[in-house]
Design a protein around this ligand. Sequence first.
Ligand SMILES: C[C@](O)(CO)[C@H](O)COP(=O)(O)OP(=O)(O)OC[C@H]1O[C@@H](n2ccc(N)nc2=O)[C@H](O)[C@@H]1O
Ligand SMILES: Nc1ncnc2c1ncn2[C@@H]1O[C@H](COP(=O)(O)OP(=O)(O)OP(=O)(O)O)[C@@H](O)[C@H]1O
Length: 326
Amino acid sequence: MSAAKFSPAQPPTAAPASVCVRAPGKINVSLRVGPLRPDGYHSVASVYLAVSLFEEVRATVTEGPGITVTVDSDGALQVPVKDIPLGPDNLAVRAAQALAAFAENPTGVHLHITKRVPVAGGMGGGSADAAAALVACDALWNTHLSREELAGIAAGLGADVPFSLLGGTAVGLGVGDRLTPAISKTPLHWVLVASDFGLSTPGVYGALDSLREEGQLQAEEPEEVDPAILAAMRSGNAQDLASVMSNDLQAAALHLAPGLADVLSAGERLGALAGMVSGSGPTVAFLAQNAPAAAELAAALRAAGHRALAVEGPVSGARLASAVAG
Ligand SMILES: C[C@](O)(CO)[C@H](O)COP(=O)(O)OP(=O)(O)OC[C@H]1O[C@@H](n2ccc(N)nc2=O)[C@H](O)[C@@H]1O
Ligand SMILES: Nc1ncnc2c1ncn2[C@@H]1O[C@H](COP(=O)(O)OP(=O)(O)OP(=O)(O)O)[C@@H](O)[C@H]1O
C-alpha cells in the first residue's frame, strides 16, 4: 500500500515572488552550413555542446505591469555589457513577452541578467538569457508549460534558444532548432578565449555566402552530422574529437577578423589538441586532453595576454537555481 495514495490533496503551489535561473553557453563542436535559403536562414547540421559558462537571470515580480531589464557581468572573461539593448529588443524581454501570452495572469516582472558569456561571441549568450527567462517566468507565473511547449516558444525567438533550454549534447538540424539529444558520458575539457570585439551572426553567415559565391568555398546541403563526431563524443576521446571537429563558419569569421588566426595558432602552440572558432565567433574554443591540461593551457594563454577560461561540457540546460516565496 502506498502512503501517497491516502495523503491529502496538496494545495496548488503558490507562485514564487522571485526566481533565479541559470542557462549555459554553447560550443558547436561541429557546424556544417548549407546554402542560403529563401527565408534568409541556412540549413545546418550541428553538434551542440553546453559548457560550464552560465548566464543567470533573476526574475522578480513587480507591483506595476510590464517587463523591465538590467544587466551586469561577472566572471573571468570580463564581458562588457554596454552594447546590450535594455528595452523590447533584449532577448530575455522578448522571451518573457512570448511566455506572457500563455499565462493566465502575468504580473509585471523585472529581469536582472548576470552575463558571463561573451556578447556577440558565437556562444549563444543572448539565447541563454532567453532560455533562462522562459524557465524563470514559467515558474513566476505558474504557467507550467512542458519542456516541449517551452522549446516551441524558444524556436520562435532564435535558432540557438531551444538548445540552451535542453543543454547537454545534441544534434541540431533545420536551422539548429530540431534537436536530438546525443550521448556523451565523459566530460570534455575546453579553454575559451574571448575577443574584445563581437561579430554579428548574420554578418558571418553573409560573409560565408560571399566566399562561396566567389568560388572559394563549396556549399552543400547538410543532411546529417558526421558519425565520427558522434562516436568521439560518445567515447569522450578528446584525441579522436580533435581530429574531426570542424566549423563551416570559421573561414567566414577569419575573413572578417583575420587576427583570430593568431589566437588559433597561439593555443595550438601552447598545447591544445585542436582549436576552432565557436559558432559565428569570435570566441575561440580549444580542446584539451583533460582538466589539468585545460587549466595549464588557460594559464599559459592568460600569461600571453589573452582572456582565457577553462570550462567543461556537457552541462545541463536552463534550470531553476533558487526561488523566493511570494
Ligand atoms: C551560428 C549559430 O550560433 C550556430 O549554432 C547559430 O546558427 C545562430 O543562431 P542564432 O544567433 O540564435 O540565430 P537567429 O537569431 O535565429 O538568427 C540571426 C540571423 O543569423 C542567420 N542565421 C541563423 C541561423 C541559421 N541556421 N542560419 C542563418 O542564416 C540569419 O541571417 C538570421 O537572421
Ligand atoms: N540578453 C542579451 N544578451 C546579449 N545580447 C543581446 C541580448 N539581447 C539582445 N542582444 C543583441 O543580440 C546580439 C547578439 O547577441 P549574442 O551575445 O547572443 O550573440 P552570439 O552569442 O554571437 O549569438 P549566437 O552564438 O547565438 O549566434 C548582441 O549584439 C545584442 O545586440
